[in-house]
Design a protein around this ligand. Structure first.
Ligand code: 4NP
Length: 162
């Protein structure tokens, strides 16, 4: 059975598309692209149809991740709850916004904080880099690489492919 992963932030132009681009590359490198489906979304709708923030595209590219083809969309309930096995939010506000849409609490078990997968960094949230300088974007990428590494290990085990 295919595993379906949705990364969620506020605008879907900085953190969650970066997570998507990083995880796409890791999954491809592991040869698992046919069994792991990956997408991202924002809880807000202001940037729907936009590409990722140019600063995030540039920083990600320096690490070998191509975000240039991604396009922002808004998280949609109930479809996204049904269509994904893992819904990984970047911060506590995203977590609250997503879980508040699951009124009957049927899908709460799928919603997790991205940082819960971090093994190197001890931090509670992936901070919004929108109003930050270059180091803010690099910090986000450090956290996302850490979390994506463990997420892939976790899913590989579930798939019996570790
Ligand atoms: P993201 O960052 O949630 O990581 O995509 C943001 C991008 C844009 C806005 C907020 C956060 N905004 O308010 O426009």
């Amino acid at each position: 059975m295919k595993k379906r992963v949705l990364f969620v932030c506020l605008g879907n132009i900085c953190r969650s598309p970066a997570a998507e681009g990083i995880f796409i590359k890791m999954v491809q490198d592991a040869g698992l692209q046919d069994v792991i489906h990956i997408d991202s979304a924002g809880t807000g709708g202001w940037h729907v149809g936009d590409g990722p923030d140019n600063r995030m595209i540039r920083h990600a590219k320096q690490r070998g991740y191509d975000l240039s083809q991604l396009e922002a969309r808004q998280f949609s309930s109930p479809d996204d709850f049904h269509n994904f096995d893992y819904i990984l939010t970047m911060d506590n506000s995203n977590y609250r916004n997503v879980t508040s849409l699951d009124v009957k609490k049927e899908h709460h078990h799928k919603v997790k904080l991205m940082t819960s997968f971090c093994r190197v960094h001890k931090i509670g949230e992936v901070p919004d880099p929108y109003y930050k300088e270059d180091e803010g974007f690099e910090h986000v990428l450090d956290l996302l690489e850490d979390a994506c590494t463990e997420l892939l290990n976790h899913i590989k085990t579930e798939l019996g492919r570790s």
